[in-house]
Ligand binder design. Sequence first.
Ligand code: SF4
Length: 270
Amino acid sequence: MKIKEIQSKSILVKSGLSADYVVNPYIGCMHGCIYCYARFMKRFTGHKEEWGKFVDAKINAPDLVKNGEKFRGKEVYFSSTTDPYHPPEARYKLTRQVLEKLIPFQPNITIQSKSDLIVRDIDLFKQFKKIIVGISISTLDENVQKKIEPIGSSPQRRIVALKKMKKASLKTYCFISPILPEITDWKAIISKTKNFVDEYWFENLNLYPSIRGNILNFLKSHDPKLVKKYQDIYSKENPYWHEVEKEIATYCKKNKILGKIYFHHKVLKK
Ligand code: SF4
C-alpha cells in the first residue's frame, strides 16, 4: 500500500449532495470495497493503481479550515470519496484535526464509517450541538464482508461501535448499504441494532459499469446461481427494487422506525 503525503488546496468543498460541504481528508480509500463508486476519482487524480491500493493523505488539511464562520449552521458531511476512519487515519488523525478546528463554528455534522476507529473521536463528537454519527453495514456475515469490504471492521465490531456511540448519548444512524439482492438481510441488521440506532438509511446496490465486473466475479465465487438473478434484476424493467423499497417503507412504518430510502432505479444496458 502506497501512502503519499500531499499538500491540498482545499478541505471543505461545496457539495452537490444533500450537505453544504464535504470533507475528504484522503484521496483514495484503503477499505477498497468492491462496489465503491468513488473509484471514479482515479480519472481526476491520475492514479493508475487499483482502487484501495493507494492513499494520498492531505497532511495540511487542518490548516485549510479557514474563515470558519461561514460553516456555522451549515451541513458538513464526512466523507464522500473516502472513509474518514480507514486505517491511515489512526496515524495521521486528519479527520480528527479537521473536526477539532470546526468545533468553534458549530456546523451540523454527519459522519459515517465502516471502521470502529470512529469511536476514538467520541470526545469531539460530543462537542457539536448538531451531529449524527453513522455506521455502514451491508451484511452480518463476516465471510461475505471480508470478500466485499476487505479492510473494513467486522460487522460485529461495527455494531459495538454503534452501541458505544449511543451510550455516549450521540444521535446515531445505520446506513444499510449497499443492499445486495439475496445477500443483505436488512431486517436482521435492524433487529441486531435497533436498541442503539435512531435512524436507518437504505441504499440498494447501484450496479454501474465500473463495478459490474467486480460484483459478477464475487457472485461467481460466492453463489454462481446469483449471477443470472442479478442479470435479470439489472438488465430489464424488473420490479424487484420497487418491491424491496415498498417492503422497507411498510416495515419501517409498522415498526415505527425512522427510515430514509436512497434507492437507484437505473436499468443497465448489456
Ligand atoms: S469505505 Fe466507502 S469510500 Fe472507502 S472503499 Fe468502501 S465504499 Fe468506497
